[in-house]
Design a protein around this ligand. Structure first.
Ligand SMILES: Nc1ncnc2c1ncn2[C@@H]1O[C@H](COP(=O)(O)OP(=O)(O)OP(=O)(O)O)[C@@H](O)[C@H]1O
Ligand SMILES: [Mg+2]
Length: 248
C-alpha cells in the first residue's frame, strides 16, 4: 500500500478535484484505490455520491478502538472505494493532541484499514494542523495543487519547510502541480516558463482551468466519466502517470 496525499494550507486550489480524478484514474488502470476524505467539508464524498458518515465515535478511531475500515464504502466506479468524511472530523486535530505520538497516530489506523488497497489517496483539509502533520508523516508522496502566481508559490515554499520540520522517519516528498492554468494570462505563461521542466519540485504536467472540471460538482462524478475526450481529462491521466512513475 502506498499513500499519495493532496495537500495545501490554501483553500479552493484543487485538492479535492485532484484527489477524485487521480483516484479515478488509478482505479481505471487496475489499482485497488481507496480515497480517504479527511476534510470535514466532505467534498470528495459529495462528488463520489457517498453520505459523509463515519461509524462509531471518532475519539475511538483516534485511540484505536474503532477502525475506519467499518466505514469504507464502495463507490459506483470499479476498484474505487472511499473512507467518507464526517463533520466530526473538525475535532480530529484536538483529539489527536490528547494522544502520545500525536503526529503519527493516523498512520497506525490507516495500516489497519488500508492494507487491502494498492493505493490510498488522501484529500486533506486546508490547514496546517496536527491532522496535517499526520498527513505529512504517513504519505509516500504529497501533491500540492498550486495556482500559478507568486503568492501561491510562496505558500508552497512554506509547506516545504513545514514538511521538513515535522517529517519524522523518512524524508517526505512534496511536489507542486499547477492548477487552474490559463495560458492566455501573461502571468500564468511566465510562471510555467519559470518552473516547468526547470524546477524539479514542480510536476511537468499541469491542469488547465476548464468548465468541464467545474461541472464535477454538479455532475457528482469524476471528470473522465462524462468528458472522456477533453484535454483536461488527458491532463489528469498524464499527471497520474507522472505521479505513479515517481512512486516506483
Ligand atoms: N482546473 C480547474 N478548472 C475549473 N475549475 C476548477 C479547477 N480546479 C478546481 N476547480 C473548481 O474550483 C473549486 C475549488 O476546487 P476544489 O474543491 O478542488 O479545491 P480544494 O483545494 O479542495 O478546496 P478546499 O480547500 O475548500 O477543500 C471547485 O468548485 C472546483 O470545481
Ligand atoms: Mg477540498
Amino acid at each position: 500500500m502506498k499513500v499519495i496525499s493532496l495537500y495545501n494550507i490554501k483553500g479552493g486550489v484543487g485538492k479535492t478535484t485532484f484527489a477524485v480524478n487521480i483516484a479515478y484514474e488509478t482505479a481505471r488502470t487496475g489499482l485497488r484505490t481507496l480515497l480517504w476524505d479527511l476534510d470535514p467539508q466532505g467534498s470528495s464524498s459529495y462528488i463520489l455520491r457517498i453520505k459523509p458518515h463515519i461509524k462509531g465515535e471518532l475519539s475511538q478511531v483516534v485511540s484505536g478502538k474503532n477502525s475506519l475500515g467499518k466505514s469504507i464504502k464502495e463507490t459506483q466506479w470499479p476498484l474505487l472505494d472511499i473512507v467518507p468524511s464526517d463533520f466530526d472530523l473538525r475535532h480530529l486535530s484536538s483529539l489527536l493532541e490528547d494522544e502520545k505520538r500525536q503526529s503519527s497516530k493516523l498512520s497506525k489506523s490507516m495500516k489497519a484499514f488500508g492494507h487491502e488497497y494498492d493505493l490510498v489517496i488522501v484529500d486533506s483539509p486546508p490547514e496546517a494542523s496536527t491532522v496535517s502533520e499526520n498527513v505529512v508523516n504517513f504519505s509516500d508522496l504529497i501533491v500540492v495543487p498550486v495556482i500559478p502566481n507568486p503568492l501561491s508559490i510562496n505558500t508552497f515554499e512554506t509547506l516545504l519547510r513545514f514538511a521538513g520540520e515535522i517529517a519524522d522517519k523518512k524524508k517526505t516528498r512534496l511536489f507542486a502541480a499547477f492548477n487552474l492554468v490559463d495560458r492566455r494570462k501573461q502571468l500564468h505563461k511566465q510562471m510555467l516558463e519559470t518552473y516547468l521542466n526547470k524546477d524539479p519540485r514542480f510536476l511537468k504536467h499541469y491542469v488547465p482551468a476548464s468548465s468541464a472540471i467545474e461541472h464535477m460538482t454538479s455532475n457528482r462524478a469524476p471528470l473522465a466519466t462524462y468528458s472522456s475526450r477533453s484535454s483536461s481529462t488527458t491532463s489528469f491521466s498524464d499527471l497520474t502517470e507522472e505521479i505513479l512513475a515517481l512512486m516506483r
